[in-house]
Ligand binder design. Structure first.
Ligand SMILES: *Cc1c(COP(=O)(O)O)cnc(C)c1O
Length: 426
C-alpha cells in the first residue's frame, strides 16, 4: 500500500490491487481450503517458513485484503479481522495477558467489553481495574500493579460519549512499560487515528460505521508496530520466548514488527477460531468504500440534531462531544478536528415515561439494538439493554433512566429533525 495515499483513496482502493486480467472487484474466496502441488510445500506453510493460504480459519485472501485496507486507514503495520468486535477486544488482550496478569481499563466502555473484562476474563484469571478516564495521571497511576500488562480505552465511549485523552493514557501506559489498546469504533480512522497520539494497538467493531449498513457483525485488530516487546521481555514471554505449540518460534525474533498480529493469528485464531466469514469481509469492504463520505454526513447531521435538541424546552440534557459547550468538546477538537460520530444521547424532562412516548411516535427513526449505520435509530437503555436494573442501579452503571441513545443516520437532516419534532409534540 502506498502510505502517501489519503484516507479517501484508501477507502475506495486500499487492500486489493488486481494484477493484469484479475477481477477489478475484490473476489470472495469462498473456500475453506487451498490446493498445493507437493506435500513439502504445504509443510513449509505449516512451519510458518513460507507465506501462503492453507485453511481459512488461519488466513483467507478476501479477509487479508480487507484487513490490509483497515491497517492502511489506521496507519498500522499489520491487522487481522475477527468475527465480531467482542472477539477483537478479547484477542487484543489475551494475546499479551494470561492467568495472573492485570489490565487497567477506562470504566466508560461498551457494556459488552466491560463484562468481558470484569466477568469472563476474570474467570480466566485475568484481573481488571476500571478507572475514571478523567482522573489525573497521578490518580490513574495508582491503578497499576506489577502484573499490569495493558491499558484499554475507547476513543469515544459507547454509550457514555466520553472522549479519551489518548496522549494522557499513552503516557501512563508507557511509563509503566505496557501498551495502550484503543477501541476506535465510534470515531473510525476517518475522524481519529489513535496511533498518531501514542496508542499501540487499535481495535474495531466493524459492525458499526465501517460496515455502515447494519449487515454484518465483525471486528478488527490493528498493530502500530511501535511497542517494543523485547524491551519488556519479562512481561511478554508469549511474544519473546519460544512458542512450543509452533515449533519453538520466537515471534519477536522471527516477525519483528509483525510479531503481535502473527501470534494472534497463528495461536489465538488457530485455537479459538473466531474468524470473519469471507462473505462478510466482502460486504464490509463495500461499506469501507464509502466510509470517508458517510462519516462527515453522520457528523454534520448529528451536530444539527444535537443543536436542535439542545434548544428545545422539553429536552432536559444533551450529550454530544461535537456540540459546543459539551464537557468533551475541547478534547474532541484536539483528537477529532473534523468530526466525532453520529451518536447523541439526551434526556427528556418527562424522564422514562416521556422517553417511551417519544420513541413510540417516531416514524423515520427505528427502535433497534444497534448504532452507527446509515439509518437513524434510537434506543432507550433503561427499557432495553439495561432493562433488569432499577433506577438506582442504572445511575451506578452510568446510565440515566431518562437517557435516549440516538444514532443519527445519513438521511436528509430536515427529515430527521421533522420526525423528532412530530414525536416530541404535545
Ligand atoms: C458494538 C461495540 C463492540 C462490540 O462489537 P460487536 O461487533 O457487537 O461484537 C465493542 N466496542 C464498541 C465501542 C462497540 O460499539
Amino acid at each position: 500500500m502506498n502510505r502517501n495515499q489519503s484516507q479517501g483513496t484508501i477507502c475506495v482502493q486500499g487492500g486489493w490491487q488486481p494484477k493484469n486480467g484479475e477481477p477489478r472487484v475484490l473476489p470472495i474466496y469462498q473456500s475453506t481450503t487451498f490446493k498445493y502441488e507437493t506435500s513439502e510445500q504445504m509443510g513449509r506453510l505449516f512451519d510458518l517458513e513460507e507465506n501462503g493460504y492453507f485453511y481459512t480459519r488461519l488466513a483467507n485472501p478476501t479477509n487479508d485484503a480487507v484487513a490490509a485496507k483497515i491497517c492502511a486507514l489506521e496507519g498500522g503495520v499489520a491487522a487481522m479481522l475477527t468475527s465480531s468486535g467482542q472477539a477483537a477486544n478479547m484477542y487484543a488482550v489475551l494475546n499479551i495477558c494470561s492467568a495472573g496478569d492485570h489490565v487497567v481499563s477506562a470504566a466508560t466502555i461498551y457494556g459488552g467489553t466491560s463484562n468481558l473484562f470484569t466477568v469472563t476474563l476474570k474467570r480466566f484469571g485475568i484481573e481488571c481495574t476500571l478507572v475514571d478516564p478523567d482522573a489525573s495521571e497521578e490518580e490513574l497511576s495508582k491503578a497499576f500493579q506489577p502484573n499490569t500488562r495493558a491499558v484499554f480505552g475507547e476513543t469515544i465511549a459507547n454509550p457514555a460519549l466520553v472522549v479519551l485523552d489518548i496522549e494522557k493514557f499513552a503516557r501512563l501506559a508507557h511509563s509503566h512499560g505496557v501498551p495502550l489498546i484503543v477501541d476506535n469504533t465510534f470515531a473510525t480512522p476517518i475522524n481519529c487515528r489513535p496511533f498518531e497520539w501514542g496508542a499501540d494497538i487499535v481495535t474495531h467493531s466493524t459492525t458499526k460505521y465501517m460496515d455502515g449498513h447494519a449487515m454484518c457483525v465483525g471486528g478488527c485488530i490493528v498493530d502500530s508496530g511501535n511497542f517494543d516487546w523485547e524491551a519488556h521481555r519479562d512481561k511478554y514471554p508469549g511474544l519473546t520466548t519460544p512458542d512450543e505449540s509452533y515449533h519453538g518460534v520466537v515471534y519477536t525474533e522471527k516477525f519483528g514488527k509483525g510479531a503481535y498480529i502473527t501470534k494472534a493469528t497463528a495461536q489465538l485464531m488457530r485455537d479459538m477460531g473466531s474468524i470473519q466469514s469471507p462473505q462478510n469481509a466482502f460486504l464490509l469492504n463495500v461499506g469501507l468504500e464509502t466510509l470517508h463520505l458517510r462519516m462527515p454526513r453522520h457528523c454534520d447531521n448529528a451536530k444539527q440534531v444535537a443543536g436542535y435538541l439542545k434548544a428545545r424546552e422539553d429536552v432536559d440534557w444533551v450529550c454530544y462531544p461535537g456540540l459546543e459547550g459539551d464537557k468533551y468538546f475541547e478534547l474532541a477538537g484536539k483528537y477529532m478536528p473534523v468530526g466525532t460520530c453520529g451518536v447523541i444521547s439526551f434526556g427528556l424532562k418527562g424522564g422514562r415515561k416521556a422517553a417511551a412516548r417519544f420513541m413510540d411516535r417516531l416514524k423515520l427513526a427505528a427502535i433497534v439494538t444497534h448504532v452507527a449505520d446509515a439509518r437513524t435509530s434510537v434506543l432507550h437503555p433503561a427499557s432495553h439493554t439495561h432493562r433488569q436494573l432499577n433506577d438506582e442501579q442504572l445511575r451506578e452503571a452510568g446510565v440515566d433512566p431518562s437517557m435516549i441513545r440516538l444514532s443519527v443516520g445519513i438521511e436528509d437532516v430536515n427529515d430527521i429533525i421533522g420526525d423528532l419534532e412530530q414525536a416530541l409534540k404535545e
